[in-house]
Design a protein. Sequence first.
Length: 156
Amino acid sequence: MARTGVMFDFRDLEEFRQQLQAAGNGATQKFIRDFMSEMAWRALAAIKKLTPVNTGLLRNSFQIGDLVQRGDVYEVEVYTDTEYALHVEYGTKGHWTPGRWQGKSFVYDPSADTGIYFKAQPGRFMMKLGVEQVDRAMKSHFERHMRKWLKQHFGG
């Protein structure tokens, strides 16, 4: 029985592999760092846009941490040090707090018969939703970055 088939020419693929090697690990590392940095900035923008504003303190407190490589994994943190951020993110339960008013200030007093009721507040999930928003768009951002990077290093 006769054999039929097709012949593949992998010379172009081998040339591309050599060009990738020639570009070096530094160019690849820079690509990854630039891409991760952009994703962190996009997440920061999305989180800030979703953050409710009263005084603006919480919205303006969000920051981007350092990009860290742990093996093959790159991590960058978007964070806030604002004490009440978790309450805004996840919400609060309604609760009674014993105390009394002194002038315009409420003073906590566990033995007081009077107090104040704080009603439940739903979570706003600005961090969760902001990161999910960026995550959904990440593939298209990555493809755009990759095309730009390939054009920069290999022409075309």
